[in-house]
Design a binder for this molecule. Structure first.
Ligand code: FNR
Length: 311
């Protein structure tokens, strides 16, 4: 196993040697995050939510469940369980320092950190100057991070992708480190690479050699629990963030080995019902867990119309 990492800043230390559920739109809603924590994740990220959506939302504590909900037009875009607070990081999409700070201040009481998504390559994000667009606008990114670090009561982090050019990547991460963020997650692909392209763990060494004051979190292509140690060994990263491997079987965080897929799906349904997760979202998430095979379970899943059907 790679050696444990130590950082002078105690808040940065909270991100060191951690297993982290990656932010995933639609998939990383409350039930998935709760299961990730149950199976051994140390930190869980919310799906990306755009700054204005959180700013305009109404914060309500659901009387029946005790869950904190951020609602737009009566629908909860974000649910946070009070027990999640020490572990949950709110991820935002933003292109504006003032809006970023307003969004962060609104959720700060319910989360342990806020993160800026600087990796999303989707048209919607890029056109809005958000996500991976920030990688080519370092001045704007710097202004956002500095504003958040100065004005926000919880730790600030960001998640980037590699740039094409290694020297540019190093310049970027040194700038990010200088803003006072407490950790940096790196999805080891470039903006134009797709999920099927292999993650460049080898190229992350340049980053982990260049910045030493905050933990680097490696992200990309960790599909089995055994990959965690290897990813740290090859990259020199302190922590590991997992997306698709967790989507497929959230028990990937468990060192004891993966739980059977059907058991995990059943657990997911129980938690989703208990927290009032929207049925359509639960169905979608379950379908992502099951490879689209012709299995009987998958066929029944695609036909379900309610939690009763699912059970
Ligand atoms: C993502 N990813 C992502 N990234 C991010 O910063 N914010 C987000 O909201 C999302 N949403 C999202 C949804 C889904 C369904 C997937 C599969 C991915 C990207 C994700 O966090 C991660 O960077 C990549 O998937 C690479 O990690 P893996 O999948 O190789 O572990």
């Amino acid at each position: 196993m790679p050696a444990e990492s130590t950082f002078a800043d105690p808040t940065s230390q909270r991100y060191a040697d951690k297993l982290i559920l990656a932010p995933m739109v639609r998939v990383g809603m409350l039930p998935m995050r709760m299961l990730a924590l149950k199976y051994g994740a140390d930190i869980v990220y919310t799906p990306e939510i755009i700054d204005k959506r959180i700013i305009n939302s109404e914060r309500v504590v659901n009387e029946r469940t005790g869950i904190i909900e951020y609602r737009n037009n009566g629908v909860a875009d974000l649910q946070i369980h009070p027990s999640e607070k020490p572990y949950v990081v709110f991820q935002m999409g933003t292109s504006d320092p003032d809006l970023a700070l307003q969004a962060a201040q609104k959720v700060a009481q319910d989360v342990c950190g806020v993160d800026v998504n600087c990796g999303c390559p989707k048209k919607f994000s890029i056109q809005g100057g958000m996500g991976a667009a920030l990688l080519s606008q370092p001045e704007k990114l710097e202004a956002i991070l500095r504003r958040l670090v100065e004005g926000c009561d919880v730790p600030v982090t960001c998640k980037i992708r590699l740039l094409e050019d290694d020297e540019q990547t190093i310049k970027l991460v040194k700038m990010i480190e200088s803003t006072g963020v407490k950790a940096l997650a790196v999805h080891c692909r470039t903006r134009d690479e797709r999920p099927r392209d292999p993650a460049h763990w080898d190229r992350l060494r340049l980053v982990t050699d260049a910045i030493k004051s905050i933990p680097v979190i490696v992200n990309g292509d960790v599909f089995k629990h055994e990959d965690i140690a290897q990813a740290k060994e090859i990259t020199g990263a302190s922590s590991v963030m997992i997306a698709r491997g967790a989507q497929e079987n959230i028990s990937i965080f468990d060192a004891a080995g993966p739980a059977p897929a059907l058991l995990v799906a059943q657990e997911y349904i129980t938690v989703a019902m208990a927290v009032d997760n929207r049925f359509q979202n639960s169905k979608y998430t379950l379908m992502q867990m099951y490879p689209a095979t012709k299995s009987e379970e998958f066929r029944l899943l695609t036909r379900s119309r309610s939690y009763e059907d699912l059970k």
